[in-house]
Every structure is written in structure tokens, then in C-alpha cells.
Design a protein around this ligand. Structure first.
Ligand code: PXG
Length: 456
């Protein structure tokens, strides 16, 4: 499908009026962005009729793929019936109630309440205030420091940026007080001789050291992605999460999992913390909650926390105009029902997830440009490396990975690059043929990159 307007015409109007995300806008204006006009399952078409296999579910969010008529119908029905009402005037509506019932039927039993937002960044903004409020209500207002991780990503608003560990983001717009960071558990970057298990323990124990340095009576919570997404799809060693959980429990620090990317089936479990086997006190959610069809996020609270806030907390002065928006809630309900009733999450665990992982290991296991393959279910990363055995990374790995991603677009596949890692997170409904296309086109991109850099 193409539209009636020329791509050049769209690009000129876009350049005139629009600041894009995470990009040198002047350079983008010169180059001209691709204009995407249609999606179906895992495929996208641009305004010139070029087709792309989307290996990233948009931005880790279109878990059900593009073109779902049931999600569309749920939105239109709700737009006709009640397009908006709020949660401020002692009111509610059936869609937000039914969404909560459904959500908590899918979550482990120790979670009980949700605060809805429009995005993952907002979920993490709300997290900071909720966690601090929880300790205030318990008579410990000095417990307010949040610990995050370097290279973690929790969103792009001020406090979410501060929680995250992207230093170049901190430098743009500043930090907020009472935030600290520890290192990420990135084993491939470890230059010593520790085993993965030892490294995982060592990385987790940085949390204990940081809590002791700051004082346990000052630390409110620790936030982390179960596996790091935007920071390079980094999986921690198995020893990491149990040790983090032990430390949080020991010092009475809330354990906050950012499930914005890991949630809603990506790993083959409903939530990534279930895959890694730990029990957070809060979950930040967004993206896959609506498969990206409409903005919605939220903060899930354990019953322990909700009991304190509800029974003893009095007024919590927090709320967004669009919290629990009825159209977003209606889409979320349709999305969650489809993920559940069509067996999508189960299939990620038992069939299509293992298929993707096996294909990647067969195709890239001995590739001269690839040093490591990480992932499970429908998320994976290829670590580019000069020497696999010694984990030697290329000095120019960022440029190589970016080039590989650009070649990917030319080959008709969308994969992402970060820190010398090629990342993929395709829609959970992918067929075997679509996975074959993803892996095949990714191989072409990696091969061409290897040739350009003299490695093949
Ligand atoms: N937490 C995590 C773990 C995320 O990945 C957010 C919070 C923020 O969500 P919103 O809805 O406010 O964007 C995210 C967002 C990338 C990329 O390139 C990842 C995200 C956003 C944009 C780009 O990997 N994740």
C-alpha cells in the first residue's frame, strides 16, 4: 500500500515540524525518515511499497503483531460507547475493573493492586512516589533512595531517566536527588577469570555494598529490568536474581522489577521475573499490555504494599487524566484474552521460542563476527566479538552494530543494535516461516557487515 502523498513531501513536512526520539534531528532531516504506512502480522510496508520483516515488535511492544481486527473492534466499540471518563470524581467504569480482574488472574497471587498510566516512563515515575509513600506511611520517611543500575533503562522522563543508568541521558536535563546506581551484570564484558555464576554473585553483591554505604534505613527500593532491554538485551547469570532477592529481603529494601519489555509473554512466561524465578514487590508494565495498539502502562503492587497504602495511607495525592482510560483498557482486555486464549504465551515457551533460539544457535554459533548468543523465548541478542574464547570485543563495536542494523533495513529486516549487540524481539505470534525469514535476512546483514569489516 502507498498513500497519495510522495515520500519526499512527507519527509519535508516532518522535518519542518517534528523532533524525533534519540536522534540528531538535523542529520535525520538530511537523510529523511522512512515513512511506514501499513502493518500485517510481522510485516511493515513503507510509503514506497517496500516490505520489512519487523524483528523488534515495533519497540518491543506489538506482541500480537500488526493488523489484529479484534483489538481494533474493541477500541471502536469503546469509542462509541464511552470514549472517556476519569477516576478522580469517585467514579470508575467496567473496562478498568474488568482489566484489573483479568490482569490479576494472570499474575502470581501475591499481587493485588494496579495504578494505571499511559506509558512505561510514567509507570516508573509513579513507582518512585509510591515506594516513598509506602515507607512514609510505615513511619520511615527517611527511606527514600532508589537504587538502579548503570546502563539500565526505565524511560525518558526526568525521574525515569534518573532511575535508569544511561549517563548520556543524565547529562541532558540533569539528575534528581536520592538516586544511586550499581553495575549491570554483563558477563561478556567481564575481563577477569570469574565463572558466570561467580560473576553473577559478585554483581549482585554490589547491591549489598551500596545499601551498606548509603545506610539500609535510607534505601527505599532497588529497580532493575529482569533482563536489560534497551541497554543491549543482557541476560544476567543464573546466580544473580536469587542473590539480589536475598539482599533486598535482608535489608528491607523493596524489589522493583521493570517488566515493561519482559512482561506479557516475551520469555515464554507471562512475566520475565517468573522466568528468572524471583518475587518482586512491584512490577512496572506497559508495551505488551496493549500490544502497542494504544498507549497504556501501569504499576502493579504486591498485596503487602497495597494493604499498607489502602488501609493506613489515607489520601495518596496521585492521578493522571488518562489513568485507566476506557479505550486503552478495552484494548488491553482484548489483547490479554488473545494472548491467553490463543495459547500465544504457551507457544512461546513450548514451540516458537525454542525454534527461534535453536535457529540462532545453529546459524550463528560459529559465525566469525559473533561471540555469544543470549536469549530465551522471543528475545535474543547476538554479541559481536573479535575473539569468542577470550570475550574480546571490537573497539568499534558500536559502529559495526549500527552498520549491521542499517544493512538489515536494506535487506528488509528490522533488528536493533546496542553496544555491539544485535537484538531481536519479534512478535510472539510469529510462524516458523516468519522466523526463518528473520534469521535468514539477519544472517545476510551480519555476513555483509563481516565482509565490510574484513572478517569474512
Ligand atoms: N522501562 C523499560 C524497561 C523500557 O524498556 C520504559 C520503561 C519506558 O517506557 P515508555 O513507554 O515510556 O517508552 C522502557 C521503554 C530501545 C527502546 O531502543 C526501548 C524503550 C523505549 C524506546 C526505545 O530499545 N523502552
Amino acid at each position: 500500500m502507498t498513500t497519495s502523498r510522495e515520500t519526499r513531501d512527507y519527509q519535508a513536512a516532518d522535518a519542518a515540524h517534528h523532533i524525533h526520539a534519540f536522534v540528531d534531528q538535523k542529520a535525520l532531516n538530511d537523510e529523511g525518515p522512512r515513512v511506514m504506512v501499513r502493518g500485517e502480522r510481522l510485516h511493515l510496508w513503507d510509503n514506497d511499497g517496500r516490505r520489512y520483516l519487523d524483528g523488534m515488535s515495533g519497540l518491543w511492544c506489538t506482541n500480537l503483531g500488526y493488523g489484529r481486527k479484534d483489538l481494533n473492534a474493541a477500541a471502536s466499540r469503546q469509542l462509541e460507547q464511552l470514549p472517556y471518563y476519569n477516576m478522580f470524581f469517585h467514579t470508575t467504569h467496567p473496562q478498568v475493573i474488568e482489566l484489573s480482574e483479568l490482569l490479576f488472574s494472570l499474575l502470581p497471587g501475591h499481587y493485588s493492586h494496579a495504578i494505571y498510566t499511559n506509558s512505561g516512563s510514567e509507570a516508573n515515575e509513579v513507582l518512585i512516589r509510591t515506594v516513598r509513600r509506602y515507607w512514609q506511611v510505615l513511619g520511615k520517611p527517611e527511606k527514600k533512595i532508589m537504587i538502579g543500575r548503570w546502563n539500565g533503562y526505565h524511560g525518558s522522563t526526568l525521574a525515569a531517566t534518573a532511575l535508569g543508568g544511561m549517563k548520556f541521558m543524565h547529562e541532558m536535563g540533569g539528575m534528581i536527588p536520592d538516586i544511586a546506581h550499581i553495575d549491570e551484570p554483563y558477563f561478556f564484558a567481564h575481563e577477569g577469570n570469574l565463572t558466570p555464576a561467580e560473576f553473577g554473585m559478585r554483581a549482585a553483591q554490589q547491591l549489598e555494598a551500596k545499601i551498606l554505604e548509603l545506610g539500609a534505613d535510607k534505601v527505599a527500593g532497588f529497580i532493575a529490568e529482569p533482563f536489560q532491554g534497551a541497554g543491549g538485551m543482557i541476560f544476567p547469570p543464573e546466580s544473580y536474581w536469587p542473590e539480589i532477592q536475598r539482599i533486598c529481603r535482608k535489608y528491607d529494601v523493596l524489589l522493583c522489577a521493570d517488566e515493561v519489555i519482559g512482561g506479557f509473554g516475551r520469555t515464554g512466561e507471562w512475566f520475565a521475573h517468573e522466568y528468572f524465578g524471583f518475587e518482586p514487590d512491584t512490577l512496572s508494565i506497559a508495551k505488551g499490555l496493549t500490544s502497542g495498539y494504544i498507549p497504556m502502562g501501569g504499576l502493579i503492587l504486591s498485596k503487602k504494599m497495597a494493604d499498607v497504602l489502602v488501609e493506613q495511607g489515607g489520601v495518596f495525592a496521585h492521578g493522571l487524566t488518562y489513568s485507566g482510560h476506557p479505550v486503552a483498557a478495552a484494548v488491553a482486555i482484548a489483547n490479554l484474552k488473545a494472548l491467553r486464549d490463543e495459547g500465544v504465551v504457551t507457544r512461546v515457551k513450548d514451540d516458537i521460542g525454542p525454534y527461534l533460539q535453536q535457529c540462532l544457535r545453529e546459524v550463528f554459533g560459529n559465525h566469525p563476527l559473533v561471540g555469544d548468543i543470549q536469549g530465551t523465548g522471543m528475545v535474543a541478542a547476538l554479541q559481536l566479538a573479535e575473539d569468542k574464547a577470550t570475550r574480546k570485543r571490537f573497539a568499534n563495536e558500536n559502529d559495526m552494530a549500527w552498520r549491521c542494523r542499517t544493512i538489515g533495513f536494506e535487506e528488509g529486516v528490522i533488528i536493533r543494535s546496542t553496544l555491539g549487540r544485535m537484538i531481536m524481539a519479534p512478535a510472539l505470534i510469529a510462524s516458523r516461516e516468519e522466523i526463518d525469514e528473520l534469521v535468514g535476512k539477519t544472517l545476510k546483514a551480519v555476513d555483509r557487515t563481516a565482509q565490510e569489516y574484513g572478517r569474512l
